[in-house]
Design a protein around this ligand. Structure first.
Ligand SMILES: Nc1ncnc2c1ncn2[C@@H]1O[C@H](COP(=O)(O)OP(=O)(O)OP(=O)(O)O)[C@@H](O)[C@H]1O
Ligand SMILES: [Mg+2]
Length: 347
């Protein structure tokens, strides 16, 4: 269990202590449970990397506490800190591999540094890790000979070498195409399941959060503005920053713009609900109680981690009072209803 308590971080800009300060983190309080995948999402410059790097003290907080299994790591001496860093692996956006070393040597590097394994133990461990990330046949190649996704697999294997209990990922998939991103996210999810280690990842993509995270915190201008289970935050975002990031992500699944042009005269709404089949009884019950005509234009089933959720693009035709009643009934049934606007080509 990790607890971040009232953490602040100021960066000094300018020289000799006379320059201005930038506040990168403001009163951060977070709790991260053992064995979970915890995501931190925010726009560029929000403070994600700074926050992530306080967890292994690559950045030291200006004030506040970071408790890992009850011990405040900001009070650790050099030896304790060394031990801590052995138990924390880190994966980087640009892989940070050693270009003059082979894949096997890159993965061996942290084992060598640890100084506590025999040559034979190291060789076995490297083989095990190569198998785990699916690169057994690439061991003698150099990083330049691998694809981005393969390089990140090496980065992950290296991060896992010393049996960490915590894995930190700084935008681990941001340099990869969508398909490769999915395969790396699957790998991280498998590792979390198989090894039971805690993963804290930062990203600016809601898609990453939605694919593998259990919990999420949203950071904006150095502050946590929202936190909770991914399904809750995703379906009922409270803060405007979260709402806009969720809306961008949901928009990927439905062909709203095209359909809006094709339709004539109604109000377009998007319904989002958890559970693959939950919508039908709700919609038919509500349809039976109203004069509003409800036309289903498109539907998709997607996933939030392992939970299926559905989206429907629906056109409502009727008086504005009646339409309002429909929206209230939908929301009362725990269906998220976003009004997308009027249909018709002039919009
Ligand atoms: N070493 C530093 N010195 C001074 N200011 C810094 C330093 N590192 C970060 N900052 C500032 O702190 C704020 C948070 O930066 P941080 O790198 O944590 O953001 P981020 O959310 O990771 O952004 P990105 O998505 O672009 O990586 C920014 O305003 C940034 O300019
Ligand atoms: Mg960053």
């Amino acid at each position: 269990m990790i607890r971040i308590e009232q953490v602040q971080k100021f960066y000094q800009v300018g020289r000799g202590g006379v320059g201005a300060q930038v506040q990168a983190l403001r009163d951060i309080n977070l709790q991260i449970e053992q064995g979970k995948i915890f995501g931190i999402i925010g726009r560029s410059g929000a403070g994600k990397s700074t926050l992530l790097r306080t967890l292994n003290l690559l950045e030291r907080p200006s004030s506040g506490k970071i408790l890992i299994d009850g011990a405040d790591i900001t009070q650790f001496d050099a030896e304790q800190l060394h031990g801590l860093r052995q138990r924390i692996g880190m994966v980087f956006q640009h892989f940070n591999l050693l270009s003059a070393k082979t894949i096997a040597e890159n993965i061996d590097f942290p084992l060598k540094l640890a100084g506590s394994y025999s040559k034979e133990q190291r060789r076995q461990r490297v083989d095990e890790l190569l198998d785990l990330v699916g690169l057994a046949d690439q061991r003698d190649k150099y990083p330049a000979q691998l694809s981005g996704g393969q390089k990140q697999r090496v980065g992950i294997a290296r991060a896992l070498a010393n049996y960490p209990t915590l894995l930190l990922c700084d935008e681990a998939t941001s340099a990869l195409d969508p398909e490769t991103t999915q395969s790396i996210l699957r790998l991280l999810s498998d590792i979390n399941q198989k090894l039971g280690l805690t993963i804290v990842l930062i990203t600016h993509e809601m898609q990453v959060i939605r694919t593998i995270c259990d919990q999420v915190a949203v950071i904006d201008a150095g502050e946590i503005v929202e936190t909770g289970d991914v399904a809750d935050v995703f379906l009922h975002p409270k803060h405007t920053v979260t709402q806009s990031m969720v809306a961008e992500n949901l928009a990927l699944d439905l062909d709203v713009l095209q359909i809006r042009k094709e339709r004539e005269n109604g109000l377009l709404i998007r319904l989002t609900y958890v559970g693959a089949a939950a919508h039908e009884p709700i919609l038919s019950r509500i349809a039976a109680q109203t004069q509003v005509q409800m036309v289903i234009l498109q539907g998709t089933i997607s996933r939030i981690k392992n939970t299926p959720y559905g989206q429907l693009l629906v056109e409502l035709i009727g008086s504005s009072d009646e339409i309002n009643t429909v929206l209230v009934s939908l929301r009362a049934a725990d269906v998220r209803a976003d009004v997308l606007g009027l249909s018709g080509s002039k919009y």
